[in-house]
Design a protein. Structure first.
Ligand code: NDP
Length: 310
């Protein structure tokens, strides 16, 4: 007989693990599909200093591994893979993972958001050859080299600061003079003697696709319209993220950038389907808020299943 799950959770970042912990402790035997990037954004970060309970901070990968172990202890089941299609038109819902189909009474979408790219053909051609969106993954390869970081938010500041451990010089390139980064992170980066800031500057091309390595960037000063080349061995992107919600297009409401729209924190327009974490939160986007909304989604699942007992 076909198994129908009580709850399937898409994503294994902060929101997904917290939803897994709560639904597991409610004896709902959650199934977590780990997604494209298991562990989510915390697994790609370094020291997390703003998650309450860790006065000295904690490494992102360690925090996320702790969450996973905690949920597993109560019976959460984790499966590698990501949902390729979803049918939310009838109960139970169908979640496709390649050729396999999982049926479930409720669904928690905690699929997060993935790094945004500039979209330049030369950038795309050099991903993994000096172009990267993950300083913690790839910084090590550029020891003693001059490298660049793109963006003006906290991600870019964090990447630039982290990369000073390896690089001889980090040039932070931002398209305007206004920074979205928090004051504390911006000041830390500005004060660092290895980091140089280039504002009002955009990247037009990454050299050198023919050599299959990054040798420099073609930049343009948007105020003077002057183009020039900056030699560099790597380009790290820190320009934000795109929500992972494409498979729900037409089935759930999303805003113009693709973030799922929710009501009363975690309710989508389909009863029994909840969204939490960065896939639906473009405002706060913190580990702690993602965990909080994962908890809310789990509590709503419990309530839904109680009210719709099979
Ligand atoms: P943000 O949206 O805050 O910043 C994105 C930056 O990238 C902006 O400066 C934006 O420029 C720039 N940008 C976007 N698209 C392009 C493009 N196509 N070309 C050039 N530049 C572009 O994203 P973050 O990922 O930095 O931060 C997201 C959230 O996560 C924030 O709430 C942040 O506080 C949090 N965070 C916290 C950290 C911490 O506390 N340790 C670490 C990392 C993130 P413009 O301003 O001109 O639009």
């Amino acid at each position: 007989m076909e198994t129908i799950r009580n709850v399937v959770i898409l994503g294994s970042g902060c929101a997904g693990h917290t939803a897994a912990l709560y639904t597991a402790r409610a004896n709902l035997s959650p199934l977590v599909l780990e997604g494209h990037e298991p562990g989510g954004q915390l697994s790609l970060t370094t020291l997390v200093e703003n998650f309450p309970g860790f006065p000295e901070g904690i490494q992102g990968p360690e925090l996320i591994e702790n969450m996973r172990r905690q949920a597993t202890r109560f019976g959460a089941e984790y499966v590698l893979g990501h949902a390729t299609k979803a049918d939310l038109s009838q109960q139970p819902f169908s979640i496709h993972v390649g050729r396999d189909v999982i049926r479930t009474r409720t669904l928690i979408i905690a699929s997060g958001a993935s790094a945004r790219w500039l979209g330049l053909p030369s950038e795309q051609a050099l991903i993994g050859h000096g172009v990267s969106s993950c300083a913690t993954c790839d910084g090590f390869f550029f020891s003693g080299k001059e490298i660049t970081v793109i963006g003006g938010g906290d991600s870019a500041m964090e990447e630039a600061l982290f990369l000073t451990r390896f690089a001889s010089k980090v040039t932070l390139i931002h398209r305007s003079e206004q920074f979205r980064a928090s004051k504390i992170m911006l000041e830390r980066a500005q004060k660092h003697d290895k980091i140089k800031f280039l504002t009002n500057t955009v990247v037009e091309e990454v050299h050198d696709v023919s050599k299959k390595e990054v040798t420099g960037l073609k930049l343009r000063d948007v105020k003077t319209d002057k183009a020039w080349d900056l030699p560099a061995s790597a380009m790290f992107l820190g320009i934000g993220h795109i929500p992972n919600a494409k498979i729900f297009a037409g089935q759930l409401d999303a805003d113009q950038d693709g973030y799922l729209k929710t009501k009363d924190y975690v309710f989508t327009r389909v009863p029994g389907v909840y969204a939490c974490g960065d896939v639906q939160d473009r405002r706060y986007r913190q580990a702690i808020t993602a965990a909080g909304s994962g908890c809310m989604a789990a509590l709503e699942v419990e309530k839904f299943l109680e009210e719709h007992e099979a």
